[in-house]
Ligand binder design. Sequence first.
Ligand code: IDC
Length: 328
Amino acid sequence: MTQKLISFFLSLFFLLSSPAAPPSTPAAEPGIAPLHVEGTVLADPQGNTVRLRGVSTHGLAWFPDYVSEEAFRTLKEDWGANAVRLALYTEEYGGYCSGGDREKLKELVDNGVTYATDLGLYVIIDWHILSDGDPRIHQDEAVRFFDEMSRKYADHTNVLYEICNEPQNSPWQTVIKPYAETGLATIRANDPNAVVIVGTNTWSQDVEEVAAGRLDDENVVYAFHFYAATHKESYRQKVKNAVAAGVPVFVSECGLCDASGNGGVDENSASQWFDLLKEENISFMAWSLCNKNETAALLKPDCTKLSGWTAEELSQSGTLFRAAIRDE
Ligand code: IDC
């Protein structure tokens, strides 16, 4: 009896002396609105137009250190970005299909998705074909990869899948479209509603070509890429024609210099592009988040900071893109 009493008082003592209970868990963050295609634009469930504006990583294998919560936070809070793109090269050095460390690359994708999700950003998983211009070259790998990704992220309302960055010498009707049908069948089996970005022929420039044979899927957008110093009025016309024909265009990559990623920035052409994108509510992602010594890099080569960049640390491309993303 005495023992029972002692243990009763002891437990009472511990109960009263234990630290205050933690405050009740804060209400869960509201989820990120799932997007769908409405006409030529993206929209949220209420039908409000949503325009994604953000930044692409460079190749994940080359500049992995920018996949960080702090880098993405700076993009969100200082640049006003609402999306990031994770560029997973397939064929270039260290690429997913050219001897790269697949587990490491997938871990980078997963980290990127986690940081984006925690910050409330949309995130594009980009199968970055480039020198492998025909998407069928690595089609089997693409199917396996997107099967895995779309299973893993089926519950994420903020993940978009980009299934072929820049096809070349690949006619829409006979090559890209059948490839995309296979990719879509894979993704849709796991994730029926996510927005899928499909590249177009000639480094994702022949976007008007798809008007005659769109994919039979409501949530597909078609990629158009530009580099302002190379692609000027005739390319803006291609975009206008595509939109006029009802094609939802998505600029999943763009630069303000020439298509090599170098040469000078063309400010005049850049500002005409930004006007057009705004006018047509077209989303755009800037190439690329790194300090490589090339004009397209958004950071100056001597900037080694991985987040919290000051105005002086941004390259000319970085400065102009930041303003466009902030919509200044
Ligand atoms: C470039 C990079 C460069 C890298 C090269 C690899 O900026 O550092 O060495 O790829 O071949 C694209 C591609 C994109 C290119 C970019 C600039 O999607 O991968 O990045 N570009 O050339 N299409 C048009 C231009």
